[in-house]
Write a protein that binds this ligand. Structure first.
Ligand code: ATP
Length: 328
C-alpha cells in the first residue's frame, strides 16, 4: 500500500531526468528509482494551500483504487513542504493524437475502434470502482509505446468518488469535452464521462470538434443544446455504425447514454465487417493537433509572463505559415 511520505525529499530515492510533460497543475519529469534503476515518471505539483494538498491526496487515493492495465498506476508519493511529488508508471508513447497524426501511422476506422475499445475498457473499470474521471480528453490518453497500439488513461486530478444516491455537481473540465450537465451545473454521473468519450471519438474520426466555438462561452452554449452534426466532407467515408456509436453517446439526457459496458457491446466495437479499411484523411486531425500545441505554447508564455518572466517574443520563431494561421 502506498502511503504519502512526508518531509522526505523524492530526490533521495529517485534520480530526476528530463521534463516530459506539463499540465495546469503539474510538471512531469522522467526519473529513475535509485535502488532498482526502474524508469518512472515524477509529477511535481505546487501546493501552496492546504486545499491543494488535499486535492492531490484525493488524486493519489483514487489512483490507488484503480489498478488496471488501461489506467495509469501510482508507484510512490511525497509531500515535501509546499510541493507534492507523485511517482507514476512511465508511459513512453506520448499522446494518442500525436501518435495518430504521425506519418507512419495509417488511420482507418478499424484502428480507431482499437483505441476507442481500450478507452471504454478503462472507463468501465473506473466506473466499476464507483469513480468518475471527469477530465476525459485526448491529452489524457497516452500510448504505452511509440509503435504499439496500447493506450492508458492518465490524470485523475479531477476524478471523484461517486455515490449514485447523492447528487454530485461540479464546475470544471474542458469546455470542448464536458457534458451539458456540467455546463448547466446539474447532477452528474457515469454518463458524464461517456459524453466525453463520444466527443473524443468524433474528433478521432474526423479531426473536427463537434461543439467547438470561437470562445469557451460559445463552446459551452453549443454543448448545452447538445446540437451537432456530422460535417459532410469529414464524415463522407465514415460508416453508419460509427456514426451510430457517436450518436448514442452525444445525447443531452445523461441517463439515456450507453454505459461503458453498453458501449463495449455496440456493434462498432465488435463486428469486424462493419469497419471500413479505407485509409482516412488525417489533414484535419493534424490541423487540430497543431492548433492545440499552439494554444498550449501561448498559454505557457502567458503564464510565464504573469510570473514575471521577461520573454522576447521576437525570438519566438514561427516555423511555417500553417502554424501561424492556426493560432488566430
Ligand atoms: P491538466 O492540465 O491536464 O489537468 P496536470 O497538471 O494534472 O494536467 P497531467 O495531465 O497529469 O498534469 O500531466 C501533464 C502531461 O505530462 C500529460 O499531458 C502527459 O503528456 C505527461 N505525463 C503525465 N503523466 C505521465 C506519465 N506517467 N508518463 C509520461 N508522461 C506523462
Amino acid at each position: 500500500d502506498i502511503q504519502i511520505r512526508r518531509n522526505v525529499d523524492p530526490k533521495d530515492d529517485y534520480e530526476l531526468d528530463s521534463e516530459i510533460g506539463r499540465g495546469k497543475f503539474g510538471t512531469v519529469y522522467k526519473c529513475k528509482e535509485k535502488s532498482t534503476g526502474l524508469p518512472l515518471a515524477a509529477k511535481f505539483i505546487g501546493c501552496p494551500k492546504k486545499e491543494d494538498r488535499r486535492n492531490v491526496e484525493r488524486e493519489i487515493d483514487i489512483m490507488k483504487a484503480l489498478q488496471h492495465p488501461r489506467l495509469i498506476q501510482v508507484y510512490d508519493a511525497f509531500e515535501n513542504g509546499k510541493v507534492m511529488c507523485v511517482i507514476l508508471e512511465l508511459i513512453e508513447g506520448g499522446e494518442l493524437f500525436e501518435r495518430v497524426i504521425d506519418d507512419d501511422f495509417i488511420l482507418t476506422e478499424k484502428s480507431c475502434t482499437v483505441f476507442m475499445r481500450q478507452i471504454c475498457e478503462g472507463v468501465e473499470f473506473i466506473h466499476k470502482q464507483k469513480i468518475l474521471h471527469l477530465d476525459m480528453k485526448p491529452e489524457n490518453v497516452l500510448c504505452l509505446t511509440k509503435t504499439g497500439n496500447r493506450i492508458k488513461i492518465i490524470d485523475f486530478g479531477l476524478a471523484r468518488r461517486f455515490d449514485p444516491d447523492k447528487k454530485l455537481q461540479v464546475l470544471f473540465g474542458t469546455p470542448e469535452f464536458v457534458a451539458p450537465e456540467i455546463v448547466n451545473f446539474d447532477a452528474i454521473g457515469y454518463g458524464t464521462d461517456m459524453w466525453s468519450v463520444g466527443v473524443i471519438c468524433y474528433v478521432l474520426l474526423s479531426g473536427l470538434s463537434p461543439f467547438m466555438g470561437h470562445t469557451d462561452v460559445e463552446t459551452m452554449a453549443n454543448v448545452t443544446v447538445a446540437k451537432y452534426d456530422f460535417e459532410e466532407e469529414a464524415f463522407a467515408e465514415i460508416t453508419d455504425t460509427a456514426k451510430d456509436f457517436i450518436e448514442k453517446l452525444l445525447v443531452k439526457d445523461m441517463t439515456s447514454r450507453p454505459s461503458a459496458v453498453e458501449a463495449l457491446a455496440h456493434p462498432w466495437l465488435n463486428i469486424d465487417r462493419v469497419h471500413s479499411n479505407m485509409e482516412l484523411s488525417k489533414s484535419k486531425l493534424k490541423r487540430y493537433v497543431i492548433k492545440k500545441r499552439w494554444i498550449r505554447a501561448v498559454n505557457m508564455i502567458v503564464a510565464l509572463k504573469r510570473m514575471g518572466a521577461k520573454i522576447d517574443t521576437e525570438l519566438i520563431h514561427i516555423e511555417d505559415d500553417e502554424n501561424k494561421n492556426n493560432i488566430a
